[in-house]
Design a protein around this ligand. Structure first.
Ligand code: FMN
Length: 189
């Protein structure tokens, strides 16, 4: 069994990230080889990066960092559900990524991005630069969602269409392949 962690990047009140993550979770939960969990950065509520040592050293002083470290350490694959803010990804996500280093290493990452005409792809492309510095493998298959509001209903549920479901499944299958392969590259922490 491989652990898949779905990270919700946006944290603002009224955000749409959780609705999109919930839609993606329902698809991912159908994969018996993945044990899937949602990590909501709003709930995790990390402060601005406040560790005195480089994360590479894993000399964490704060309990919030130790908890975040344990959570990501147990992941075999990551999916980031990200909005696009000013053509990039939210600062809350960069902060959460910067807190750790080794915990991200040699893990595949897939992206569910959403926005207007761009479908969040500008945010996703910028994010790829960051995650490769942390030795993650961004899978090319992705789930960009242009004009995502057209898939939202009145109570705020996100209802992806068949094309979006296909891209989600294509990405999950690739993530699984990479997760199996990359696990062999990781030494136990
Ligand atoms: C600060 C800010 C910047 C934004 N910049 C973009 C952008 O560059 N591209 C885009 O497609 N949408 C942009 N939007 C609109 C977002 O796509 C939309 O508000 C979306 O709901 C944000 O995700 P969230 O609800 O999970 O926070 C921006 C929204 C905010 C609040």
């Amino acid at each position: 069994m491989l652990n898949l962690k779905i990270i919700i990047a946006s944290t603002r009140p009224g955000r749409k990230g959780p609705a999109i993550a919930s839609w993606f979770y329902d698809i991912a939960a159908q994969y018996p080889d993945f044990s899937t969990e949602v990590l909501d950065l709003a709930t995790i509520n990390l402060p601005f990066f406040d560790e005195p040592h480089h994360p590479m050293l894993q000399k964490y002083e704060h309990q919030h960092t130790k908890d975040w470290s344990a959570s990501i350490n147990s992941a075999d694959a990551i999916v980031i559900v990200t909005s696009e803010y000013n053509y990039s990804f939210p600062a809350s996500l960069k902060n959460a990524l910067d807190f750790l280093y080794k915990e991200w290493n040699y893990k595949p990452v897939g992206f569910v991005s959403y926005g207007g005409v761009s479908g969040g792809t500008r945010a996703m492309q910028m994010l790829k630069q960051v995650v490769t510095a942390q030795k993650m493998m961004p899978v090319p298959e992705a789930v960009p969602i242009p004009f995502f509001m057209k898939f939202m209903d009145e109570p705020g549920k996100f209802n992806g269409d068949a094309a979006l479901e296909k891209s989600a499944n294509d990405m999950l299958k690739e993530l699984h392949k990479w997760a199996v392969a990359l696990k062999t590259m990781r030494v136990p922490a």
